[in-house]
Design a protein around this ligand. Structure first.
Ligand code: AMP
Length: 303
């Protein structure tokens, strides 16, 4: 079992979905990732919050396998983001993104973080992703995420990161935007040429598509009756996927397919309530049950 280091946003999120709204709840890509990955392994978090982030809000990380030595608290306001979902939940409009303390953030890895073999560069400015990666000693497996904000706003910094990672975990819309290809297979091949050998494309309620070399592996999303808020589902998937890989300690096709199920199972919980609520209540037994549901959903006898 290996630990994972992650850098990304820790945020105050506001969201409006067809079923209601929430404002100023704790979120952020690295938060969802860390909580999800900590179900499987030890997580080392690199991020920054402002002095408006209270001890009480810090409790989302408490009693989990999340090391906060690399979480800086500085004067100023915490990163803020607001999103609004369409009536079928399938598209989301960003109402605002305020980087706040991330604008001047200069990550310095604690010495204890430097030898971490698994690294996940969660969604944040790609220059920060690169900066953190440079400080890790000979990582074995590095994956990254990004989003339209950075694909449009900082394409050169993003290209530099892509040249240094083993895997990219993004959603279908981002894959199309990054590659300029509308066909997902062509998009995957184009992105692989930018650096990442492994590409995991998250397709919301349609599941996940993974490709390494020329082959594909796909799983559906669990059909759910209750979807309340999809925010963070992608980061939660990445946390489950990477957490499982790091806990297995080796990377091969069998481990990767199980990691896809681990990520999908965790993401299926994340959408069942606003923000982090459902994940924070999740027990290992409930997670295990959902693994079994996925097995039933996807298993069939060969003809
Ligand atoms: P997801 O729903 O998986 O795309 O992730 C939503 C999370 O990403 C929210 O918790 C936001 O705080 C965070 N987020 C949104 N925009 C950005 C951005 N430009 N950089 C970093 N994190 C972001």
């Amino acid at each position: 079992m290996y630990p994972i280091l992650t850098v990304g946003s820790v945020a105050f999120d506001s969201m409006k979905t067809p079923l209601g709204e929430a404002s100023r709840v704790v979120g952020g890509a690295a938060t969802y990732f860390s909580v999800a990955a900590s179900f499987f392994t030890d997580v080392r978090l690199v991020a920054v919050v402002g002095d408006d982030f209270t001890e009480d809000q810090m409790r989302v990380f408490a009693d989990r396998r999340i090391d906060l030595t690399g979480l800086q608290r500085v004067p100023g306001e915490t990163f803020r983001w607001k999103g609004e979902y369409s009536c079928d939940f399938n598209t989301r409009e960003t109402i605002y993104t305020h980087l706040n303390v991330f604008d001047a953030f200069q990550p310095v890895l604690p010495d204890s973080y430097r030898p971490t073999p698994f690294v996940f560069l969660a969604n944040i400015h790609p220059a920060l992703q690169s900066d953190v990666l440079t400080q890790v000693h000979q990582p074995q497996f590095v994956a990254a995420d990004t989003m339209n904000y950075w694909i449009e706003g900082t394409p050169n910094d993003l290209r530099a990161v892509l040249g240094r990672v083993d895997a990219l975990i993004i959603n279908d819309e981002e894959a199309r935007q990054l590659s300029g290809e509308s066909n997902l297979v062509k998009a995957a091949r184009t992105i692989q040429q930018m650096g990442p050998e492994l590409l995991v494309i998250k397709r919301g309620e349609h599941g996940v598509l993974m490709t390494r070399d020329r082959g594909f592996f796909a799983v559906p999303a669990l059909p759910l009756e209750t979807v309340i808020d999809p925010t963070g589902a992608g980061d939660t998937f990445a946390g489950g996927f990477m957490g499982y890989l790091a806990s297995a300690g080796e990377i091969n096709d069998a481990v990767m397919t199980r990691a896809i199920i681990a990520g999908s199972a965790l993401a299926s919980f994340a959408v069942e309530d606003f923000g982090l609520e459902r994940l924070l209540r999740l027990t290992p037994d409930a997670l295990q049950d959902r693994f079994s549901e996925f097995k039933r959903l996807t298993h069939f006898e060969a003809l």
